[in-house]
Design a protein around this ligand. Structure first.
Ligand code: NDP
Length: 444
């Protein structure tokens, strides 16, 4: 890998990169199938990714005709890194076993280990015999929609494909590693004005928020829409906030401390709710809702923007879902992609049907949506929300911080890139986009 790193850092051309030998082993953050029961009986919040994530060498898998090897320069932590490392809600070794039944090539995924990670930026090292549009030396970012396009259900909207999976979560050979094996249809051009780590943090969260808010498959936000965004400085929330501001909407952003509120003000958000300061208690106890608290949230939103939300960007799940359902405007849309606080959700159906609301389930993004979201990053219209960068050896610590909501925006991870700040190939455009926009989430 050292030879590969040197070649990339020295700007080797396509032919030189293509001539490099692919190593038989590579360094990777991985889980072990033998440890999936290690947290049995431990409460969720005590399950520690630092114990379950290992970083050491794993064997390099063979390359299928429609795949490429990517030398991963940087990657990022997603909440799915947390889910897989605490083996909740299920162990990801099950989905990989099922994937391995799809074809001879997919058998490679069924290993006693799983290399995790669903984001990456890097350089194409080698392409399979069926790959047409990419070549060694290309600078790329990787999106995580892992789909077999020979299946008829994968066409129209590939997120509806019967065999749709998330790379590095429901498949092996993910991005938190020095090397990855991905399908060619996961590749997108790396935005030239970004560093490796800035380019690595966007694809999963940015594309998810794009589908949820901008795409016709999601809430299809229009100018003037009021959008209530939970976790507005978190991974998906920080991109959602940018989409609402860019699209002429009116964001009402919920966060849990004043530092996060300040980041939002710097982005140009005016309506901000500090949920900790407000002290909402939507549940009286584990089984009983407090409807007066839904009304209090609704009245706080009205105080700020004078009307109810057209769209609620929902993902905390059980703790907030009933309130989200309640506060949405008559005819409004609640779009959800997750349930961080619990997936068995309840709401008062009367507020849903009598007020003719819509509930949209959303999951990641198809290739076109991911490409459009990446294009907006490349045009400097949406910015990476990286706050910190970790070494690959410290992936467990980074996942721990996300698990305990100790972060803002996204956490980047350096893989082959030896230090932060490398990989920019268009410094003029970077200057035009502005460091203040690119470093808004950075911790000093
Ligand atoms: P982050 O942890 O980065 O951000 C989530 C934010 O939600 C936090 O910053 C926090 O903000 C807020 N939050 C957490 N718990 C609660 C709660 N109980 N009530 C209200 N707000 C809460 O995670 P991501 O944004 O990356 O992901 C969020 C969820 O979405 C995860 O469950 C993840 O797995 C899922 N996801 C799903 C995707 C899909 O394709 N289906 C894609 C990406 C993510 P604060 O404390 O400031 O209020």
């Amino acid at each position: 890998m050292e030879q590969i790193r040197e070649a990339i850092l020295n700007g080797a051309d396509s032919a030189a990169i293509a001539a490099l030998p692919v190593p038989t082993h590579y360094r990777a953050a991985h889980l072990l199938a033998s440890e999936t029961a290690m947290f049995e009986g431990v409460p969720s919040e005590k399950k520690d990714p630092r114990q379950s994530i290992h970083v050491s060498d794993v064997p390099t898998p063979e390359l299928a005709p429609d795949e490429v090897y990517v030398a991963v320069m940087a990657s990022s932590i997603n909440f799915n890194t947390v889910w897989s490392s605490i083996f909740e809600p299920v162990s990801t070794f099950g989905p990989m076993k099922r994937l391995s039944r799809d074809s001879d090539w997919m058998k490679r995924h069924d290993q006693p280990y799983q290399v995790i990670g669903s984001d990456g930026s890097g350089v194409v090292l080698k392409v399979g015999s069926a790959v047409r549009l990419w070549k060694p030396g290309d600078h790329v970012t990787i999106h995580c929609n892992y789909v077999d396009d020979q299946d008829n259900t994968a066409h129209n909207d590939s997120m509806l494909a019967a065999n749709q999976r998330i790379w590095g979560y429901e498949s092996n050979f993910g991005g938190l590693a020095d090397l990855s094996v991905v399908k060619a249809n996961q590749l997108m051009p790396k935005p030239a004005h970004l560093t490796w780590e800035e380019a690595a943090v966007n694809a999963l969260c940015n594309s998810t928020s794009y589908r949820m808010l901008v795409s016709r498959n999601g809430a299809a936000m229009k100018q003037g829409d009021v959008v209530l965004i939970w976790g507005a400085t978190g991974g998906i929330g920080a991109y959602a906030t940018q989409y609402v501001l860019n699209g002429g909407g009116i964001p009402v952003c919920v966060v849990s401390n004043s530092d996060k509120a300040q980041i939002l003000r710097d982005m140009g958000v005016e309506a901000i709710i500090d949920r900790k300061a407000a002290g909402y208690k939507f549940w009286k106890d584990e089984h009983t809702h407090d409807e007066s608290e839904w009304r209090r949230l609704g009245s706080d939103v009205r105080d700020l923007v004078g009307e109810d939300p057209d769209i609620v960007f929902e993902h905390p799940g059980r703790s907030t879902f009933a309130a989200s359902m309640y506060v949405a405007k008559r005819g409004g849309t609640i779009v959800t992609c997750a349930a961080t606080s619990g997936f068995m959700m309840e709401f008062d159906n009367r507020h849903f049907w009598m007020r003719l609301k819509n509930l949209v389930g959303s999951h990641f993004a198809n290739y076109q949506e991911s490409w459009q979201a990446n294009r907006l990053i490349a045009k400097g219209m949406i910015h990476p929300v990286i706050s910190q960068t970790f070494a690959l050896e410290n992936v467990g610590e980074a996942a721990y911080q996300v698990h305990h909501n100790m972060h803002e925006g996204k956490l980047g991870v350096l893989c082959l890139s030896p230090e932060p700040g490398l990989g920019v190939t268009d410094p003029e455009f970077r200057a035009k986009v502005g460091e203040e926009n690119l470093s808004r989430f950075r911790r000093s």
